[in-house]
Design a binder for this molecule. Structure first.
Ligand code: AMP
Length: 217
C-alpha cells in the first residue's frame, strides 16, 4: 500500500504529479488547498472563516486542518492508499499526520520531495492558471504548460481558466517565506524516518513523472 506525502515549495509541481500518481495507482489525492477552496466557493462557515487567510497566503489554524484530515483519512476510499498534497506544512502537522495514520493502523510510506528554486517557483506561480471548475482544478501555465485546445479553457472539462486568488505577488512572497520557515524542516523530519525521496522538480513534467514512477514501483 502506498500512502504518499507530496512535499515541496508552492509551484514545485506537487499537484500536477499527484494527479498523475492518482490516475496510475487509482488512489485518491487529498489536497488541503482544494478542500479549502471548495469551502470558500460553497460559502460555508469554514469557507468564510478562511477566505481572507488564504488570499493573503497565511496558514489556516492547525486544529482545523488536523481535524479535517483525520476525518477525510477515515473515509473508505483511502483504505488502499492515498496521496496527500499540501499537508503536512508544519512539524506539528507532520506529528498529527503520524498520529492519525497510526490510529488507522497505517503509515506514511513515501514522501516525495520535489525540489525547485525560489526563482522557478515565482515564475511558475505567476503564470499559473487553474480550471475554474473546482471538481477538476486542472493546472496549467501560460508558457510552460498551456492548454492544447483553447488558451482560455480547460482541456479536460472545457471550463474557463482563472488565476488563483493567492497567486498574486504579495501572497506568493508570503507563501515562500512560510514554506522556508515552517515546511522546509519536514525534509529532515522525514529523512530521519527513511521515507524521504528527493526529486529534481526543474525537469519537464514527464521526466519528473518518470523519476517518481521509478521510486513508487
Ligand atoms: P495550496 O493549494 O496547497 O497552495 O494551499 C492554498 C492555501 O490553503 C495555503 O496558502 C494555506 O492558506 C491553506 N492551506 C493549505 N494547506 C494547509 C495546511 N496544511 N496548513 C495550513 N494552511 C493550509
Amino acid at each position: 500500500m502506498r500512502n504518499i506525502v507530496m512535499l515541496g515549495v508552492q509551484g514545485s509541481g506537487k499537484g500536477t504529479q499527484a494527479d498523475r500518481i492518482s490516475a496510475r495507482y487509482e488512489i485518491p489525492t487529498i489536497s488541503t488547498g482544494k478542500l479549502f477552496r471548495a469551502e470558500i466557493e460553497r460559502n460555508t462557515g469554514l469557507g468564510r472563516e478562511i477566505s481572507s487567510i488564504i488570499k493573503k497566503g497565511e496558514l489556516v489554524p492547525a486544529a482545523r486542518i488536523n481535524q479535517m484530515m483525520g476525518e477525510r483519512l477515515s473515509e473508505e476510499d483511502t483504505v488502499n492508499g492515498v496521496i496527500v498534497d499540501g499537508y503536512p506544512r508544519t512539524l506539528e502537522q507532520a506529528q498529527a499526520l503520524d498520529d492519525i495514520m497510526s490510529g488507522l493502523s497505517r503509515q506514511v510510506t513515501h514522501v516525495l520531495y520535489i525540489k525547485i528554486s525560489d526563482e522557478e517557483a515565482v515564475r511558475r506561480l505567476s503564470g499559473r492558471r487553474v480550471c475554474s471548475n473546482n471538481k477538476c482544478e486542472a493546472n496549467y501555465h501560460v508558457e510552460f504548460n498551456p492548454p492544447k485546445k483553447d488558451p482560455n479553457r480547460c482541456d479536460r472539462c472545457g471550463s474557463a481558466l482563472m488565476q488563483r486568488a493567492d497567486d498574486n505577488p504579495e501572497a506568493i512572497g508570503r507563501r515562500l517565506e512560510l514554506y522556508h520557515k515552517d515546511t522546509a524542516p519536514l525534509v529532515d523530519f522525514y529523512k530521519k524516518k527513511g521515507t524521504l525521496h528527493e526529486v529534481d522538480g526543474q525537469q519537464p513534467i514527464p521526466d519528473v513523472e518518470a523519476v517518481i514512477n521509478g521510486i513508487l514501483a
